[in-house]
Design a protein around this ligand. Structure first.
Ligand SMILES: Cc1cc2nc3c(=O)[nH]c(=O)nc-3n(C[C@H](O)[C@H](O)[C@H](O)COP(=O)(O)OP(=O)(O)OC[C@H]3O[C@@H](n4cnc5c(N)ncnc54)[C@H](O)[C@@H]3O)c2cc1C
Ligand code: SF4
Length: 496
């Protein structure tokens, strides 16, 4: 066992970890040693060749097929330098004021969080794509909404030099997407923060981390020799993401004093829906996402976004087998796609636990409110598809799942909650939140509003696990804003 001394140890290099590393980097010039541990490897963007199976296996935990315990939802998150920002689409939404107000946390105002998020938006080149770069898949969404009298909103994305290859979720082959692997981590490293990849933090004791540095067939070579290390750090910041940070606290026994660890997990479960048009649709080329429709978010708990996924991901996310399924896929170049996202409730029994081997298990049930939201979103999406001119629509909660144009006036009766049988309908989620939620006390939360773990002044959390409830929006800018806040609290203590 090798012993390493540090002033600050950060665990994880995604939206939260990358932000904290960049903010704490000036401490290095003041003689402090700051080390970030990332369990995955570094990837050279030139390796991102767009091959779905190869890239999914290389980048995602369990190839993107990490299932909740009852097998009803697959969770997507990445292990690598940059965390899930390597594969996110770059949808850049500001923290929604109504949700931050609902959190009702002392000292946390929507204005402050929005101000912080805007700094990162600027840092990450966030901008609305000009009309000439909006592809037909997105234009059809707008046209369908307009036909229905609904208001589709354009959102901004974080790219610099996007070439429209449409491969954002498999790693950008042009290094155009501005994740932490492109912006914050290289900046932190240039200022002396040590980023150690292939280094999994296994356990946490009082100011000590057990770190296993391993070999990995993918990515660039690691910085440290493989083996076991004990890292002694005065301060530790967890940014391993919802599953990573929670697992580390559970494995280290923190749930004995903090019963909320792992609880209040949400993931904004999603359906990928497709519809076939009579003419070819320019879908796979161009940036995949630029529009959303959220006019029923408060009453019906769902929102819709444009999306485009490559053929394998699309196939596995469609419900059913056989001729209907095959017919849609054979017409891939005629497909329009819409993502339905449900806003699920944060409940104490939706939780991450450890299995007998000490690995994370997500005990999550699709409850009736979430099912109603997914079905309501599917109905709304079907209306948009038909209004945009689609010939047939794939609707997972319809029987049969393929709706022809004669169904366009009977959407409410054809798409029904009774047909939504969890486990037979494909649901995936990429917006994991909670597990180490912020709050006022240790009875129902894990950290205070500055991300400091209750009762442990040396330990902080700075990632999506802090969210007290689902954000009801794409989360990365809010995660960066919260991590920025945690960094401020840490800097205050370091300067004191
Ligand atoms: C396909 C996809 C598309 C998305 N698109 C968008 C989008 O367009 N807009 C948006 O706002 N959000 C999007 N998201 C969500 C967004 O990427 C995540 O919410 C965000 O990256 C989470 O940040 P995080 O810091 O909590 O965790 P992550 O970014 O997941 O980073 C956690 C890192 O910690 C590491 N780690 C965990 N445990 C340990 C350990 N014990 N030791 C060492 N390292 C550890 C992991 O390997 C990982 O690299 C998307 C996500 C996915 C998967
Ligand atoms: S669409 Fe743009 S950001 Fe996405 S992978 Fe292609 S070049 Fe990168």
């Amino acid at each position: 066992m090798r012993i390493v001394e540090a002033d600050i140890a950060i665990v994880g290099s995604g939206a939260g970890g990358g932000t904290v590393a960049a903010r704490l980097a000036p401490l290095v010039a003041r003689g402090k040693r700051v080390i970030l541990f990332e369990q995955g490897p570094r990837f050279d963007y030139r390796r991102f060749n767009g091959h779905e199976l190869e890239m999914s296996r290389m980048l995602y935990r369990e190839g993107g097929g990490f299932m909740v315990a009852d097998g009803t939802v697959s969770l997507a998150f990445v292990e690598g330098y940059g965390g899930s920002t390597v594969v996110y689409t770059g949808t850049s939404l500001e923290p929604p004021a109504r949700i931050i107000e609902r959190w009702n946390l002392p000292g946390l105002s929507p204005d402050e969080l929005v101000r912080r998020a805007r700094c990162y938006a600027q840092d990450n080149g966030v901008h609305a794509l000009p009309a000439a770069q909006i592809n037909e898949n997105n234009r059809l969404f707008v046209a369908g909404c307009r036909e229905l009298g609904w208001n589709a909103t354009q959102f901004a994305v974080n790219t610099r030099g996007c070439l429209g290859s449409g491969l954002c979720n498999l790693g950008c082959p042009n290094n155009a997407k501005q994740g932490t692997h492109v912006v914050q981590l290289p900046r932190a490293e240039s200022r002396g923060v040590e980023v150690i990849t292939r280094a999994r933090v296994m356990r946490l004791r009082e100011r000590r981390l057990e770190v296993e540095v391993g070999l990995n067939p993918d990515g660039s070579p690691g910085e440290w020799e493989p083996g076991n290390y004990e890292v002694r750090a005065r301060r530790v910041i967890l940014a391993g993401g919802v599953v990573g940070s929670t697992t580390l606290l559970l494995r280290s026994g923190f749930d004995r004093t903090l019963p909320a660890v792992g609880r209040y997990f949400t993931c904004q479960p999603a359906h990928i829906l497709v519809a076939e048009h009579p003419h070819p649709v320019q879908n796979a080329l161009g940036h995949p996402k630029s529009f959303l429709w959220d006019e029923r978010i408060e009453s019906d708990h769902f929102f819709l976004e444009t999306c485009m996924y490559p053929p394998f991901i699309t196939a596995k996310n469609m419900t059913g087998f056989g001729p209907d399924h095959e017919r849609f896929l054979r017409r891939f170049d005629h497909l329009q796609m819409i993502l339905v996202l449900a806003c699920d409730e944060a409940l104490p029994n939706q939780r991450i636990v450890l299995d007998r081997r000490g690995n994370p298990q997500v005990r999550y049930r699709l409850d009736s409110r979430t099912i109603r939201a997914l079905v309501g979103g599917t109905r709304a999406a079907a209306k948009i598809f038909f209004a945009a001119g689609a010939l047939r629509v794939h609707a997972p909660s319809a029987r049969p799942t393929c709706l022809e144009t004669d169904a366009r006036d009977r959407i409410e009766t054809r798409i029904r909650t009774e047909y939504f049988l969890p486990g037979t309908v494909s649901v995936s989620a990429a917006h994991l939140m909670g597990g180490c939620r912020m709050g006022r006390s240790a009875t129902d939360s894990v950290t205070n509003v500055d991300g400091q773990v209750h009762g442990y002044p040396w330990l902080h959390v700075a990632d999506a696990s802090l969210f007290p409830t689902a954000l009801e929006a794409n989360p990365y800018l809010t995660i960066m804003a919260l991590a920025d806040r945690v960094a401020d609290a840490v800097l205050d203590k370091e300067h004191a």
